[in-house]
Write a protein that binds this ligand. Structure first.
Ligand SMILES: [Mn+2]
Length: 428
């Protein structure tokens, strides 16, 4: 396959400079008492699921600007995700959205995925839009709706999503609910939450063995006055009421400005209810920008909590699910995802570079400055050569974006996929 050949060719061309940079970095880490080999193994094992909805150019309320060669269906989206996996070695699973990417034949899609070396992560439901063929509208809510018939339809949709996920080999369901109100008085604040919990109980009761259920909170949008599952506290109440297989999903964009997200993560770990993440970044709201593009220090501090918890023997069964949730309206979606995966690998590597014993000693000795320095010096280390080497050892690219551009994949797909959603302009 031409992608693999390009990776090998580009890696070979860069190997001299890379090895020199890596050797310098390993020497620095050694002087700081850090085991570079152990960090390389851990970064190489990092995996994150790609959402089926992130492969096409996203839109804003004001418009959508298609990219030529965009995938036209879920089969072509899987092909693109397989390319991202080859280039990064870190995206072996797809998080499917139903109904946006619902397969007509789940078994056929599963064999297509197998052939590409991919599997399926959490499946995502959608009761925030009306789809063709649905009898009742979600305009005023789904699981929280005052009308029992709408709630039943929403529960039935989730059971259907579980069935599709089961056929695909998924083992988790992510539930994000847009239910809420735009004006005071529109919705009974307590009863809407109780109805939501009741609906989730019915869904939870139908989880296949080994499955987990994730509830995802969001403070506002599309509801602008009161969202039913608006914060991590509400999400935690749901997860605790549902049972041991229910967990909270943290979407980095689903917090009010200035929220200390690493603290939210720490609290959910303490409660044993951190289910996983939707990685992205934001400046103002739920911007769905490339992870690590706006607040890289925050992303590092989140990973710092994850690394700390993974090493803590008092934290049982710590296995958060990592997923991306982004929308791209000015970048090529494949390139933006490659950049996100690289930024996540970098943040993870930085967190692994923290001198934990120095940090602990400074914390216990109330040495504020040195405690902060333990984090800042890891964050400021150029982890690039480590991350590149971890990828190379998996047969992936030292520089995924450069290798992707070299493949000419997008141009090839623009020719192959013409007649789809977008026709590249013909010569004038
Ligand atoms: Mn999300």
């Amino acid at each position: 396959m031409f992608v693999q050949e390009t990776i090998e060719k580009m890696n070979a061309a860069r190997s001299g400079d890379h090895e020199q940079d890596l050797e310098t970095l390993i020497g620095q880490l050694h002087r700081r008492g850090l085991d570079a080999e152990a960090i390389l193994t851990q970064v190489g094992a990092f995996e994150v699921a790609v959402p089926s909805w992130a492969l096409g150019a996203g839109g804003t309320r004001f418009g959508r600007f298609p990219v030529s060669g965009e995938p036209r269906d879920i089969y072509e989206k899987m092909e693109d995700i397989a390319v991202i996996h080859r280039l990064t070695g870190a995206t072996p699973r797809v998080s499917l959205h139903i109904p946006w990417d619902e397969p007509e034949d789940p078994a056929a899609l599963r064999s297509h995925a197998d052939a590409l070396g991919l599997g399926f992560d959490a499946v995502n439901s959608n009761t925030f839009q009306d789809q063709p063929g649905r009898r009742l509208s979600y305009k005023f809510g789904s699981l929280a709706h005052p009308d029992a018939a709408v709630r039943e339809q929403a529960v039935a949709h989730h059971l259907h999503v579980i069935e599709v996920g089961r056929a695909l080999g998924s083992e988790a369901l992510t539930v994000w609910l847009a239910d809420g109100s735009n004006y005071p008085g529109q919705m009974h604040l307590r009863r809407s939450f109780e109805r939501t919990l009741d609906g989730l109980r019915q869904i939870y009761d139908h989880l296949p063995p080994g499955w987990r259920l994730f509830t995802e909170h969001k403070p506002y949008e599309p509801a602008f006055y009161a969202t039913v599952v608006q914060d991590w506290g509400s999400s935690l109440m749901l997860a605790q009421a549902l049972g041991e297989r229910a967990f909270c999903l943290v979407d980095l964009g689903h917090h009010l400005p200035n929220t200390n997200i690493e603290l939210v993560v720490a609290r959910l770990i303490t409660a044993g209810k951190l289910g996983g993440f939707h990685f992205n970044d934001a400046k103002y709201g739920d911007d769905d920008l490339t992870a690590g593009s706006i607040k890289p220090y925050q992303l590092f501090l989140v990973f710092n909590e994850l690394v700390d918890a993974a090493r803590d023997e008092r934290v049982d069964g710590f296995a958060p699910a990592y997923m991306i949730d982004q929308s791209h309206n000015v970048k090529d979606p494949i390139e933006a995802l490659l950049q996100t995966v690289d930024n996540l690998q970098r943040a993870y590597a930085q967190a692994l570079l923290v001198d934990r014993s120095a940090l602990e000693a400074a914390q216990n000795g109330c040495d504020v400055l040195m405690a902060e320095q333990a984090l800042a010096s890891a964050f400021r280390t150029d982890e690039g050569p480590l991350v590149a080497e971890a990828r190379r050892r998996r047969g992936a690219a030292l520089d995924p974006v450069a290798a992707f551009r070299e493949t000419g994949y997008r141009r090839a797909k623009a020719r192959e996929r013409s007649g789809g959603a977008y026709q590249p302009p013909q010569s004038l």
